[in-house]
Design a protein around this ligand. Sequence first.
Ligand SMILES: [Zn+2]
Length: 222
Amino acid sequence: MPSATPSATARPTETPQPTSTPSPTNAPPTPTPAPTATHTPTPIPAATATPVRARPTQPAPQVAAFHYVFPVRSEGKISYGRFHHDYPAADIFCPIGSQFVAPTDGVVDFVSREDLWDPGTDDPAVRGGLSVAIVGDDGVRYYGSHLSQVADGIEPGVRVSAGQLLGLTGKSGNAESTDPHLHFGISHPTTPDDWQVRRGEIPPYNYLRAWQRGEDMTPKLP
Ligand SMILES: [Zn+2]
């Protein structure tokens, strides 16, 4: 190839290496100039034996380590507020059948494909109805409930990437008498039956706004 190599100039101290950006490859806004031909599909951080990539002393340019997307995709109207009743969470109102997508790369932690909620007993552990939770590579648990359907192949342990379909929104659980919405909770990783933590520990509002603007803002847990 006669073409000039794009990046090999004027970087005396740095060893040329295949510029690995930590964020996954599906961030649409910035088309990186694709310096190498090697295309690693999904960076799987810990599961496999990590090939040691020595990066001696680089003053790590402040790049967002994780990529985020708004957790609902819909052709209809989406609305949510800053406040949630009783505890921190967000009810994202949207038409039934809107897409609940992974807000960031991670691993599916919990799936409920059955609506076991009974208004008579109102067991808080099943108020979410059909639901999916993931634990992001950022160490944060993301929980979405009141779904009408869980996407095929979404099972605990399955790796998902930001924007991947987890399920369709609906009115399952104790949302049967409210406007259809996705209940979205951000928390520490926890056990699936720990409904008090999983339903939400911090208000998602500022993060939802940031992700809608295209900002990769990582939730800060208490
Ligand atoms: Zn809610």
